[in-house]
Design a protein around this ligand. Structure first.
Ligand code: SF4
Ligand code: SF4
Length: 209
């Protein structure tokens, strides 16, 4: 590496990567992110970015410089984890792992999309399946399985319903349920604060008129 590149990394990148989010990356063993030279190869490689406004480099940059708006940005959920950026990064940065970590941090901070929360909390935790097929109104999935010569129900918790409780115990032990409960609480608090601010704004406008 030339002296100039070395200087650039230290001056423009290393010093700007001391945010709380960056520290969480370091704690997760992703300290290589400090070698990012902001080249944009990850963005140029990204199939999701070709069809959406998602820009990998921008998400990484925001995270490293402590721009917490990235946690609320729907874009970070548009990564398909194809690992193309990971393969092509000239600095060998595990970009995909960073995006996954960014999502983890977002969920810890209560920025989980409603659809993901519903799937994780109301379906996966409750039934032990991401796509359950044992309910009365899910016959189409059982029919589909049978059309492929498979048993109507897979050999999972659907065939052993008593194991749902054990799955939930495991999820409780690893903190999954606490994570979901905390996310729900934070979402609710933010919603209430936004409604309060909106009501106050409206009241002020009415006062003026
Ligand atoms: S490809 Fe690697 S070095 Fe280039 S901007 Fe993306 S993460 Fe940084
Ligand atoms: S892993 Fe995600 S960010 Fe990287 S190229 Fe694939 S879709 Fe884009």
């Amino acid at each position: 590496m030339s002296d100039n590149v070395e200087k650039y990394i230290k001056r423009k990148v290393y010093k700007s990567t001391s945010s709380d989010i960056a520290q969480k990356f370091v704690d997760a063993g992703l300290e290589q992110m400090r070698a990012c030279i902001n080249c944009g190869t990850c963005t140029g490689s990204c199939p999701s970015g070709r069809r959406t406004a998602y820009r990998t480099r921008v998400a990484i940059r925001k995270a490293l410089t402590g721009d917490v708006s990235v946690l609320q940005d729907i874009d970070i959920w548009l990564c398909s984890t194809c690992y193309y950026c990971y393969e092509r990064c000239p600095r060998n940065i595990p970009v995909t792992d960073m995006i996954i970590k960014l999502r983890n941090i977002a969920v810890e901070e209560g920025y989980i999309l409603d659809s993901h929360f519903g799937l994780a909390n109301n379906i996966f935790y409750a039934t032990g399946h991401g796509v359950p097929c044992n309910a009365e109104n899910q016959k189409q999935w059982r029919d589909l399985r049978e059309s492929y010569g498979l048993p109507a129900l897979p050999p999972t918790v659907h065939s052993y319903p008593e194991a749902v409780k054990e799955c939930q115990t495991l999820m409780n032990e690893v903190g999954f349920k606490d994570l979901m409960d905390n996310a729900a609480k934070l979402k609710e608090e933010r919603k209430a604060a936004a409604e309060k601010a909106e009501a106050e704004k409206k009241a002020k406008e009415e006062e003026k008129s």
